[in-house]
Design a protein. Structure first.
Length: 120
């Protein structure tokens, strides 16, 4: 299946119009139409956005895989985490922290998680 056909199929599966998909990936509806009719192909940045919006891997959209390869929430969350500069810096500094500070952080985390469970 071609890239254009995959985009069209995934868009329809999500019940999105070309305009709705265009708005989500910051292009015009004409661009979506051109991709689906294979007049043009999406660039790498477009593929990244399509992957996120359509909830499929870039490999699948590009036709490199035959399975739907739906992106899981864990993988998406991890990608968002490593792409956030503040969280990335925190993650890198965490192992350098004093053991006592790590224990305090763990206690704070437990309080937050327990508070989240109570509010549900």
């Amino acid at each position: 299946m071609s890239v254009g056909n995959r985009i069209k199929q995934l868009r329809k599966n999500l019940r999105l119009t070309q305009k709705q998909l265009a708005d989500k990936v910051n292009v015009s509806p004409q661009v979506i139409s051109n991709w689906e009719r294979e007049y043009t192909e999406p660039g790498s940045e477009d593929i990244k956005l399509l992957s996120k919006v359509l909830n499929r891997s870039a490999d699948y959209i590009l036709g490199d895989r035959n399975t739907s390869d739906q992106i899981g929430h864990d993988e998406e969350g991890f990608q968002n985490f490593i792409n956030d500069p503040e969280l990335n810096r925190w993650y890198k500094e965490l192992p350098k922290s004093e053991e006592d500070d790590l224990r305090k952080l763990r206690k704070m985390w437990d309080i937050i998680k327990n508070d989240d469970n109570k509010s549900r």
